[in-house]
Design a binder for this molecule. Sequence first.
Ligand SMILES: Nc1ncnc2c1ncn2[C@@H]1O[C@H](COP(=O)(O)OP(=O)(O)OP(=O)(O)O)[C@@H](O)[C@H]1O
Ligand SMILES: [Mg+2]
Length: 499
Amino acid sequence: MTEPDNRAKFRILIVEDDESLQEIINSAITKSGYSTLGAANGAEAVAMVGAGGIDALLIDQNLPDMKGREIIESLIASGTALPFIVMTGQGDERLAVEMMRLGATDYLAKDMDFLDILPVAIDRLFKSVATERALRESDADREKLREQLYQTRKMEAIGQLAGGIAHDFNNLLGGIIGGAELLNLEPLSENGRQMLDLIIKAAERAASLTDKLLAFSRKRIHSNTTVDCLKIINETVELLRHTIDRNINITVDSLPNVPAINGDASQLQNSLMNIGINATHAMPNGGNLNFSLDTIKLDEDYCTASPFTLKPGLFVDISISDTGCGMSPEVLSRIFEPFFTTKEQGKGTGLGLSAVYGTVQDHGGAITIYSEVGVGTVFHLYLPTSNEPVVESLINRNYPTGTGTILIIDDDELIRCTASALLQSLGYSIILAENGLDGVNKFKEMQLSINLIILDMIMPEMGGKEAFTKLREINPEIPVVIASGFSKPEEMTSLKEQG
Ligand SMILES: Nc1ncnc2c1ncn2[C@@H]1O[C@H](COP(=O)(O)OP(=O)(O)OP(=O)(O)O)[C@@H](O)[C@H]1O
Ligand SMILES: [Mg+2]
């Protein structure tokens, strides 16, 4: 703010009731390159300052309606104080001290030297304001950098901790599952076998949590092929459309010919799914969910300032926006922490975005989020583009088709969502239930139209085992497939066999 051209942007309000003096002062100041405005009395001056756009004041001490001091006091009281210089008809030491105490940068007597001193005083004022602004800005920058550094360090520390725990847990779970599977080969009572099944399912569920933690701490193996982001977006939207509330309107926008990226299609799709499901949770009364695809050039400056490790270049920009509840800055600063959730117990693990964070970092990308409480949230995923052409998607679609209605009972929304979309695409009609109790009630209501039940074992409210007994009580003939995950091809085939 020391460049001469910045002086033109520096607006000084001259508060002077003597019209001809006003004009003389004006021409002296504008000659130095500053911009000016005029006010003929105190009330006018206060109103003009209130309206904004003024950087400093040059105030006559004696105005028809107020003293200069009163103007300053009124500005201080209304929180709109600005740097100022006072002018007075006759020198008065006491008044000068008083005005300096109120913050005046200078006190000028309108004597013979006045017009010589005025430009010097104005320059001094301009420089002090510029320096103060620069200091304030660098303070804000420093504060922002400090906050960013803190966030990065925090995430690194948590990542290491989580990674260590997840790694050990994985080994322990391997032991539990392996031991249980060996035990499964032994002769066991009916009760014993059910217990064993429970152990295996619980361990598998723990393994899936551990897997998300590993994703967060970037210790998971991922494939590396060229990936078409639009295809992944469309597949995600397809999956979401099948299950989410009808009040939620999903749209997709894309620039034509967005370049491919290098990475793991299924991990990226999981990330979009996690963000999408979060967005639907943020809109319990409906709203708009938009996915858009674009490209963005990130330059050296951006990459250096970003808390993510980025190489300057062309990035794909996937943005996911919702018109949901939004987040407070406190929530926003913690959403990537593992196990941070605002959902009630049993509803969320707080690992969804942690896994997304790890996946995006693994891809050499970055995430930015803008959120406003009551307005909505926008996520941007920046992923570096690849120069190679796209290889066919990894997701295998050669499943047998069929007809009939299937009741899916599973507490995991991602699984409900994926399974129902896949089965619908194979020709089946789907009814969803969130837990054993919900499933049994839905089966009671609609048993005549249901041909098959897919049942998860470990669920809140009523577990799979109890639900299975209750379902069989209602209809002993109903075929039930017990499932905890839904990705095994044998299960798909067995579904087909049972109609
Ligand atoms: N689109 C959004 N709008 C408002 N809040 C959000 C949004 N996305 C995430 N959040 C907040 O971030 C928190 C963490 O999200 P995250 O996906 O990591 O965990 P979760 O959804 O609570 O549980 P999980 O995904 O493991 O089932 C959420 O509990 C929610 O408070
Ligand atoms: Mg989530």
